[in-house]
Design a protein around this ligand. Structure first.
Ligand code: ADP
Ligand code: MG
Length: 270
C-alpha cells in the first residue's frame, strides 16, 4: 500500500531538564518539572498520568508549539524551536475545518504547505479508505460521527509521512466501543507505518498498555516523571491480549503508579 512504502523512518526525541512555568493570577503554575525523557526512533511511548499532570504541556512543547521555560527538546538531534513539518499532532477534538469535506481536510496540510494537490490526493484517498472511510470523502465533518471525524484527523496527520506522530488523548471523547476499534486501528496503522516515532498522551491505563513499547507515568505537583515502564508484549498485538494474565498484571502495576501519582499511595507501595 502506498502509505507503507512512502513513510520516513522515525526520529529520536530527547528532552533534557524540561520545565514549564505558566504565570497565573494566583502565582506561577509549574506544569513540567525537570522532565528527562529519551525516545528512540520508531518507539511508541505513552505518557500516562492524571488530569493536570502536564501531559498536554509536554506534547505541545515537543510539537514546538509552545517552548519550555527551561531545558531543551531535540528531535533527530536538532533543537526544536518551532513546529517542524515532519511532526504531526492529533488532538482529543478532531479540529477539522467544518466547511471542508473529509478529503479536503486531509489535504489541508498540503494546501497550506502550497504543495500540489496531485502529489497528495491519491495518498489521502488511500488513507481514508484504509481507515474505513471510502465513500465518505465528500462528507462535511458535521455529517460524520465522532469516531469518523477522529479517523479523518488521523489521516490528516499521516498524509505528510511524519517521522514523529504526537497524539493527545485522541480517543478519549469517543464511546467505549469506538475507542476499542480506534485502538485496534491504531495498532494496525502503527505496524504498517514503517517505524515512525509516536508519543501518545492518555489517562487510560488500558490504552497505554495495549499500544505502547514504553509507558512513562507522570504525577502532579510537581509535574514530573515517576516511572518509565517497558511493555514486553510482542507485536503485532491484538486487543485479545487484554485477557492475558501478564497484561492484567501490567495494568495493575500501572494502576498502582497512578495511585502514587495522585498522592493516594507512597512510592514504595507501587
Ligand atoms: P494534562 O494534559 O495532564 O491534563 P496540562 O498540561 O493541560 O495537564 O496542564 C498542566 C498544568 O498546567 C495544570 O495545572 C494546568 O492548569 C496548567 N496549565 C496548562 N496550560 C496553562 C496555561 N496556558 N496557562 C496557565 N496554566 C496552564
Ligand atoms: Mg491534557
Amino acid at each position: 500500500m502506498e502509505t507503507r512504502s512512502a513513510v520516513a523512518a522515525g526520529a529520536s526525541i530527547r528532552l533534557s531538564r524540561v520545565s514549564k512555568i505558566f504565570p497565573s493570577p494566583k502565582g506561577p503554575v509549574e506544569a513540567l518539572a525537570n522532565v528527562e525523557l529519551t525516545i528512540a526512533p520508531g518507539e511508541f511511548v505513552s505518557i500516562l498520568g492524571p488530569s493536570g499532570c502536564g501531559k498536554s504541556t509536554l506534547l505541545i512543547a515537543i510539537a514546538g508549539l509552545e517552548p519550555p521555560t527551561s531545558g531543551t527538546i531535540s528531535i533527530a538531534g536538532r533543537i526544536v524551536g518551532a513546529p517542524r513539518r515532519e511532526t504531526a499532532i492529533v488532538f482529543q477534538d478532531a479540529t477539522l475545518l467544518p466547511w471542508k469535506s473529509a478529503l479536503q481536510n486531509v489535504l489541508y496540510p498540503s494546501e497550506i504547505g502550497r504543495q500540489p494537490r496531485s502529489a497528495h490526493e491519491p495518498k489521502a484517498r488511500a488513507l481514508l479508505q484504509r481507515v474505513g472511510l471510502a465513500g465518505f470523502e465528500d462528507r462535511r465533518p458535521k455529517q460524520l460521527s465522532g469516531g469518523m471525524r477522529q479517523r479523518v484527523a488521523l489521516c490528516r496527520a499521516l498524509v505528510q509521512d511524519p517521522d514523529v506522530l504526537l497524539m493527545d488523548e485522541p480517543f478519549s471523547a469517543l464511546d467505549a466501543i469506538t475507542r476499542d476499534e480506534m485502538a485496534e486501528l491504531m495498532l494496525d496503522l502503527w505496524g504498517e507505518g514503517g517505524g515512525r516515532t509516536a508519543v501518545f498522551v492518555t489517562h487510560s491505563i488500558h490504552e497505554a498498555a495495549l499500544l505502547s513499547d514504553r509507558v512513562v507515568v507522570m504525577r502532579r505537583r510537581p509535574c514530573e516523571v515517576i516511572a518509565d515502564i517497558t511493555v514486553p508484549f510482542a507485536r503485532p498485538r491484538r486487543t485479545t491480549i487484554v485477557d492475558d494474565p501478564a497484561f492484567v498484571a501490567l495494568c495493575a502495576k500501572l494502576r498502582g503508579l497512578i495511585e502514587v501519582s495522585m498522592g493516594r499511595r507512597s512510592n514504595s507501595a507501587a
